[in-house]
Design a protein around this ligand. Structure first.
Ligand SMILES: Nc1ncnc2c1ncn2[C@@H]1O[C@H](COP(=O)(O)OP(=O)(O)OP(=O)(O)O)[C@@H](O)[C@H]1O
Ligand SMILES: [Mg+2]
Length: 261
């Protein structure tokens, strides 16, 4: 199962959700890979990776598809172990922005899919963190994935933008990845005491949008966990937000079983 976490809007929780779901998945004993496709490298950093000169990244993996290399390296050679059991990382790098135009003009949009399909021999779950726009890498992720999760930050601009976002995802699905499943919209930073978030979520549900049942509330622990480079299941295993992430993971696993049957 390969899940992409995508929203064109910045700061809605893509990196937080993809890393923490991946960490829960690994803790459950599933061999799990986090792929960071965002040049900001936030989820790579979150999992303890700090880019160093010469260290291979997802940019090098994609770059080797340009030109003719007699012996391209296998995708597994770009994957790092992390300090957590069962959790591996295919990190991002600054080079992603330098090579984007070249990859795009040479129609390399399916290369990530090929690489991740190869890695599925080794992994049970792959989570893909995407950049905050529908650029070449986000499209590559949506083409490579079996399903997509859309974080929603309870903001009225985001609610307005969600139809355009879903249109874009569906167009890409129809054109390039008909098997892509929309697993659902994940409500993040939900404040149950405030009226507006409750109304926004109710409005999405009234429009028959697939809003996932599990709501993620806001907690300072999330920021602390980023700072300490320790996913919540490790850093604050008994915290309420961690419990919500575990429930979200279980909801997604149950839903994907139903969707794929
Ligand atoms: N449930 C939460 N509670 C508190 N803070 C949160 C929560 N989710 C995310 N954040 C914080 O919000 C900020 C943005 O989150 P994150 O980096 O995951 O978003 P993003 O969508 O990946 O952003 P970008 O579009 O820039 O990649 C971070 O500082 C993160 O710690
Ligand atoms: Mg991010």
């Amino acid at each position: 199962m390969k899940r992409a976490v995508f929203n064109q809007k910045g700061g809605v929780g893509k990196s937080s959700i993809s890393v923490n779901l991946a960490a829960v998945s690994a803790q459950r004993g599933l061999k799990t890979l986090l792929v960071d496709l965002d040049v900001q490298g936030n989820s790579s950093h979150y999992l303890g990776f700090d880019e160093q000169e010469g260290a291979p990244t997802v940019a090098d993996l994609l770059k080797q598809t340009v030109g003719w290399l007699s012996r391209p390296q296998s995708a597994a050679e770009f994957v790092y172990d992390t300090q957590w059991d069962n959790l591996c990382l295919l990190p991002a790098s600054q080079a992603l922005s330098q090579i984007e135009r070249d990859l795009e003009s040479r129609y390399k949009i399916f290369k990530l899919r090929e690489a991740l399909d190869e890695l599925m021999d080794e992994f049970d779950r792959i989570y893909i963190d995407t950049p905050p726009n529908l650029n070449f890498y986000a499209k590559s992720a949506l083409i490579a994935a079996d399903s997509v999760i859309i974080p929603f930050d309870c903001d009225s601009f985001s609610a307005q933008a969600i139809h355009r976002l879903l249109d874009n995802v569906l167009e890409l699905k129809n054109d390039h990845n008909p098997a892509l499943m929309l697993e659902g919209i994940v409500v993040n930073q939900f404040n149950p005491q405030a009226k507006l978030p409750r109304e926004l979520v109710a409005a999405l549900k009234a429009q028959d949008l697939p809003v996932l049942e599990t709501l993620l509330t806001s907690s300072v622990k999330m920021r602390e966990s980023h700072q300490l480079q320790r996913p919540l299941i490790d850093f604050a295993a008994n915290h309420k937000l961690t419990g919500q992430l575990v429930t979200l993971f279980e909801e997604l696993e149950a839903k994907s079983l139903v969707l794929s049957n």
